[in-house]
Ligand binder design. Structure first.
Ligand SMILES: Cc1cc2nc3c(=O)[nH]c(=O)nc-3n(C[C@H](O)[C@H](O)[C@H](O)COP(=O)(O)OP(=O)(O)OC[C@H]3O[C@@H](n4cnc5c(N)ncnc54)[C@H](O)[C@@H]3O)c2cc1C
Length: 459
């Protein structure tokens, strides 16, 4: 066990989503005892939990996240495969319309797994439950922090039957997700709450499961139909998942939300920029109702900007930075945050300010990548830094080049899956291709003028 000057008897983690579970795994290498407090019931491999209702929607695990989970839980990939996760080559298996161009189809030698979120979370949880240093308490809501001067000494909890008590801890890690109450708890201690950087994307997900037809299309395994911002606000995904099912998710930005009823779901699917998804599900048997999830804003809480932070307290995952989900970054960033925690613990005593600054640096790149795309919608409020338009134009050309230049597409895929930084898209080979590319937007499927669509909100 790594040693450090500070006491490392007991760590408490608030929340057992992906961020809490990965953090707990890492803490167990550094603390004698780790307790995970979760207000919800435990998850299984199949059912989305009430405490993390987004789990019923499409959840892509990026390659970087998968690799970290495999490092933290050796054998994880085999386990999800054994339980029905689909494995295929991204370049040849995914039919993807992006910025008005179908991506090239080729053998990219980039295998990806596709599965539901409950399977990922369920497998990670099962592995942790076997760890003797770790204890889980379900049905247990953290209501506040216990303090001694400016040090956190534990948490105040309320159990499912209403009993209240205090759990002492040398370190408290808040991984309670988007709804984290840490800002209010800090204020209750007489400290400042963090500023919030946010994008009001006002998007809504709607997901329905289907039985994958026997005569599945031979030339793709997954479909991604992206709307073309700023003119199109609608996007759709189709993923093969465990149990011979298709998970079909529709997404609408800026209040252009998919309906919750079956007929409305079908109509929305038919209005996507390509009718490929709609045709695919037309012959498939639905396995249940449409489930919706509304996501009003992406938010980044700027704990890194606070002058005073109590000792013995950290936060990570969505509790600090909740990304626009369309880019599939959240679970991978939760895993990366846990790796960062391990790194800090190995280096010695944890200092909250140093932690939050390092976390901010780690979150900055995916945040900016998502923001660069989101800010293509002029209605979306948010600071538009100088040079944003140039960056957006460059990125659009890169996206469109992926329709025929497989070398560029390979690089883009590595960035998308977070196994390489975005700077590989500024390699002279790519810059040259971008400069030579004649970017002529294709007419939109609706046949309407782009501006008219924007004015009409493309409902
Ligand atoms: C619609 C949608 C789609 C998404 N799609 C993707 C995707 O494709 N790929 C991807 O990687 N990510 C995706 N994400 C993001 C992903 O869900 C999260 O980023 C990721 O799971 C990490 O979340 P977390 O563990 O920080 O929080 P959560 O998963 O929200 O977990 C927080 C946990 O804390 C518990 N909790 C809360 N308050 C308390 C309390 N006071 N006491 C005790 N327990 C408490 C909750 O019950 C919950 O279990 C998506 C998100 C949304 C909303």
């Amino acid at each position: 066990m790594a040693r450090s000057p500070s006491r490392r008897h007991h760590a408490v983690v608030i929340g057992s989503g992906l961020a809490g579970l990965c953090a707990a795994r890492v803490l167990a290498d550094h603390f004698e005892r780790v307790t995970v407090l979760e207000r919800d019931r435990p998850s299984d491999d199949e059912t989305p939990r009430k405490g993390a209702p987004q789990g019923g929607q499409a959840h892509a695990l990026l390659k970087r996240g998968e690799r970290i989970l495999e490092r933290l839980f050796p054998g994880f990939v085999d386990e999800i495969e054994d339980r029905g996760a689909h494995l295929f080559d991204f370049g040849s298996g995914v039919r993807w319309l992006h910025h008005g161009v179908w991506k090239a189809r080729f053998d990219s030698r980039f295998p990806v797994h596709v599965q539901t979120r409950p399977l990922v979370e369920g497998r990670v949880r099962a592995r942790l439950q076997a760890n003797p240093r770790l204890g889980f308490r379900y049905g247990c809501t953290v209501e506040g922090l216990e303090t001694e001067g400016h040090r956190i000494t534990g948490v105040a909890i309320r159990e499912a039957r209403g009993a209240r008590s205090v759990i002492a801890a040398d370190l408290v890690v808040d991984a309670s997700g988007r709804g984290s109450r840490l800002p209010a708890w800090l204020e209750a201690m007489g400290l400042a709450a963090p500023r919030e950087d946010r994008f009001d994307v006002d998007l809504c997900y709607a997901t329905r499961m289907y039985e994958a037809p026997e005569d599945m299309p031979a030339d793709w395994r997954a479909l991604l139909i992206y709307g073309q911002p700023p003119y199109q606000t609608r996007t759709g995904f189709l993923f093969p998942v465990e149990g011979g099912r298709w998970l079909v998710t529709l997404v609408g930005y800026l209040g252009d939300h998919p309906p919750a009823d079956a007929a409305g779901f079908d109509r929305f699917a038919a209005s996507l920029p390509s009718d490929e998804l709609s045709r695919a599900i037309a012959g498939a048997r639905p396995l249940g109702p449409v489930r919706r999830y509304r996501f009003t804003h992406a938010a980044q809480r700027r704990y890194d900007r606070l002058r005073r932070l109590p000792e013995g307290l950290l936060a990570l995952g969505d509790a600090v930075c909740s990304f626009d989900p369309v880019f599939g970054q959240g679970m991978t960033m939760a895993a990366r945050n846990a790796e960062l925690l391990d790194h800090h613990l190995r280096r010695g005593r944890l200092r909250p300010r140093r932690w939050f600054r390092a976390l901010r640096r780690m979150n900055a790149v995916p945040w900016v990548l998502a923001a660069t795309e989101g800010l293509r919608f002029p209605q979306l409020a948010g600071c538009r830094p100088p040079g944003l338009g140039l960056l957006q134009a460059y990125c659009r050309r890169v996206f469109r080049l992926c329709g025929h230049d497989t070398a560029v597409y390979r690089r883009f895929l590595r960035v998308l899956q977070m196994v390489a930084g975005p700077w590989i898209l500024f390699h002279p080979r790519v810059v040259w291709a971008v400069l030579r590319h004649r970017d002529r937007p294709r007419p939109l499927r609706t046949g309407k003028r782009p501006l008219a669509l924007l004015e009409a909100g493309h409902r």
